[in-house]
Write a protein that binds this ligand. Structure first.
Ligand SMILES: [Zn+2]
Length: 316
């Protein structure tokens, strides 16, 4: 009797075959799928990846952020140059601890009482917080290789690197210091142009910086202008295009008005590669395209060439 009931039970189980294909919706399957988690597993997993991959906008490859940082924010596959901040760039070029910053605390004033979606003052405050800079340029005297150099580096993420009174004044003071001390000058530009929040005061910076550069040139001192993506409008129309040597990073957008504005105005089809560093090199506006990783060594080589007459004098 007992044997009969046992057989019956076995047959019943076989008909549903739970061990081979567990039905997904059944309660038993859910409990089976839930594995006991070790206590430390969750925190460990959160500790490793933090969205550490960036997609290259040019070749669509996913690049590991750490690798990208080590490569100075240049894609390891297609050499696309990402925009980098002023501090990062200074760090990549200057000898350690030699950058003596000038006028770091100089801040813009809202002289027009400009109000749009937000006030100019509130915009300045938020960009000062996000970039750690008081305005869109960092200037100072530093050493690159064996050369003492006056260096100005612009920051695009501060109001699109726009040139207002502070950018103009800081650069003018830098150029004047270089003239006074007999130093070569390097300005690394990236800018959307003059700062509209400061009206005509921003336009006056074009003349001011250019005049200071004229005195620097009169003293027979070298000026290297480095154009990075993007360098446009009022900045391109003043100090950025006045270098004795004009270098650019690969693929940088360089011009006065943007390609869309030119296309709309002229109603003409623009040639391929218009306003890129490569196009401008072909047409003689710039002297050389220098990849970011080679920039420091190339600058040292150019400084060796430009500063030969000063080497015997008291150049510091
Ligand atoms: Zn790429």
């Amino acid at each position: 009797m007992a044997t009969t009931s046992f057989t019956k039970k076995t047959l019943g189980l076989d008909s549903t075959e739970p061990a081979l294909t567990p039905p997904t919706s059944s309660g038993k399957a859910t409990t089976f799928a839930k594995k006991p988690k070790p206590a430390g597993a969750k925190s460990k997993k959160l500790g490793i990846p933090e969205g550490l991959w960036t997609k290259c906008p040019k070749c669509s490859t996913m690049v590991f952020d750490k690798e990208l940082d080590e490569n100075l924010k240049v894609c390891t596959h297609c050499q696309h140059h990402w925009r980098i901040g002023a501090r990062e760039r200074i760090h990549s070029l200057v000898e350690t601890c030699t950058f003596e910053e000038m006028d770091a605390e100089m801040t813009s004033v809202d002289m027009l009482g400009f109000t749009g979606v937000a006030t100019y003052t509130s915009k300045l405050e938020s960009y000062q917080k996000s970039t750690g800079l008081k305005d869109a340029v960092a200037t100072g005297i530093c050493k690159i290789g064996e050369h003492r150099v006056a260096l100005g580096v612009m920051e695009f993420s501060f109001l699109a690197g726009s040139m207002g009174c502070v950018v103009g004044e800081k650069l003018t003071r830098l150029i004047e210091r270089a003239t006074e001390k007999g130093l070569p000058l390097i300005i690394i530009s990236t800018s959307g142009g003059a700062r509209m929040y400061e009206g005509m005061f921003s336009l006056m910076q074009m003349a001011k910086t250019s005049a200071a550069l004229a005195y620097h040139a009169k003293a027979r001192l070298g000026y290297i202008s480095v154009l990075t993506d993007p360098t446009t409008a009022g900045v391109m129309a003043s100090y950025a295009s006045l270098g004795d040597l004009i270098l650019a990073e690969p693929g940088a957008m360089i011009g006065f008005a943007g390609p869309r504005v030119i296309k709309d105005t002229t109603q003409a089809e623009l040639p391929p590669g218009f306003q890129t560093a490569e196009f401008l090199l072909d047409h003689g506006l710039i002297d050389s395209i220098v990849p970011r990783k080679e920039m420091k060594q190339r600058l040292i080589a150019y400084l060796d060439f430009l500063t030969v007459p000063q080497k015997n004098g008291a150049a510091s």
